[in-house]
Design a protein around this ligand. Structure first.
Ligand code: IPM
Ligand code: MG
Length: 356
């Protein structure tokens, strides 16, 4: 029995999570896999109902589950909310509580979508990158942080970019292990020419790299990496980077795949992982059956693989998605002339049909 906690969150998160659950249910029925689902609130929807972006009780439910499937959090409705209760805080608390320190963001260019990318086909064909983003440290969590009043009505806002040796070691090992099972190349991305914490990052990654002599390690500055992702993305296999840089580079890299609506993620390292699309709640598209559920459905596939070790079932979902895309069905974000525009629900339904 696999106990899945579903946290749909806000905006399109609610619609895409429903489609991913539908796919898991269909797959479960087909292979007699005993998936059970619990659902709870996170983000703005939790804030509206309970006054907090995630309840303690929900954090406990997450810890007791076998995997958390998440939609997306946030939206302009909560822009004015004080910092500590913002929807995003719910997600960050969940990541910290589950000790999900390694965030895996695979960027794969499907041949059938190569023309949906704003980049030239020959540049992106065959791109298959695994971005490993450190997720529970760095600038997102470092202390001290805050906004303080200064004399004369001025204020100062500050955050701390902090990494300790063990934090770097454990995420580096995840990166090297993944590289070992892939094309055996790891690019560690930092800003060691400017930031002390990143000097340590580079030093520790280099040391851990010696445990993996079969993996070719390269260091790259983040500004250069941002450029290389557009100039020659085929050079990358595993990219290992810090929390903040990973957040930014993942959104950039998503455009290689055609749309941010295509990119799943798995946040692992603790006992229970979080599986969520990398996109946000897309308030402009929310509630209109317009979002792309593929990133969330692929995240569910990652849950099957990384949490439940159901590789075959996971591959089956990926194959179903490719079949649907091959037949020309597209949600709004990847729609082009000559393809068939469908909504969130229809895309989910088509993928379920292809499982059978
Ligand atoms: C992501 C998102 C989150 C992050 C936000 C919603 C807190 O942008 O998962 O990439 O910054 O980590
Ligand atoms: Mg992000």
């Amino acid at each position: 029995m696999y106990k899945i906690l579903v946290l749909p969150g806000d905006g399109v998160g609610i619609e895409v999570a429903a489609e991913a659950v539908g796919v898991l249910k269909a797959l479960g029925a087909k292979h007699k896999l005993d998936f059970t689902f619990e659902e709870a609130l996170i983000g703005g929807s939790s804030l509206d109902k309970y006054g907090v972006p995630i309840k303690d009780e929900v954090l406990q439910m997450a810890k007791k589950s076998d995997g958390v499937l998440l939609g997306a959090v946030g939206g302009p409705k909560w822009d004015g909310v004080e910092y500590a209760r913002r929807p995003e805080r719910g997600l960050l608390a969940l990541r910290a509580e589950l000790k999900a320190f390694a965030n895996l963001r695979p960027v794969k260019v499907l041949p059938v979508l190569a023309d949906a990318s704003p980049l030239k086909r020959e540049l992106i064909e065959g791109v298959d990158i695994m971005l490993v983003r450190e997720l529970t440290g760095g600038l997102y969590f470092g202390r001290p942080k805050g906004i303080k009043k200064l004399v004369g009505g001025k204020e100062k806002g500050y955050n701390t970019l902090l990494y300790t040796t063990p934090e770097i070691e454990r995420v580096a090992r995840v990166g090297f292990e993944l590289a070992r099972g892939r094309r055996k190349k790891l690019t560690s991305v930092d800003k060691a020419n400017v930031l002390e914490s990143n000097v340590l990052w580079r030093k520790v990654v280099t040391r851990i790299g010696q445990e993996y002599p079969d993996v070719e390690l390269k260091h790259m500055y983040v500004d250069n990496c941002a450029m290389q992702l557009l100039r020659n993305p085929q050079q990358f296999d595993v990219i290992l980077t810090t929390n903040m840089f990973g957040d930014i580079l993942a959104d950039e890299a998503s455009m290689l795949s055609g749309s941010i609506g295509m990119l799943p993620s798995a946040s692992i390292g603790g006992k229970v992982g979080i599986y969520e699309p990398i996109h946000g709640s897309a308030p402009g598209r929310a509630g209109q059956n317009k979002g792309n559920p593929i990133a969330t459905i692929l995240s569910a596939a990652m849950m099957l693989k990384y949490a439940f070790h159901l590789e075959e079932a996971s591959d089956e979902i990926e194959r179903a998605i490719v079949k649907v895309l091959d037949e020309g069905y597209r949600t709004l974000d990847i729609h082009q002339e000559g393809t068939k525009l469908v909504g969130t629900r229809e895309m989910g339904e088509l993928i379920r049909e292809k499982l059978l």
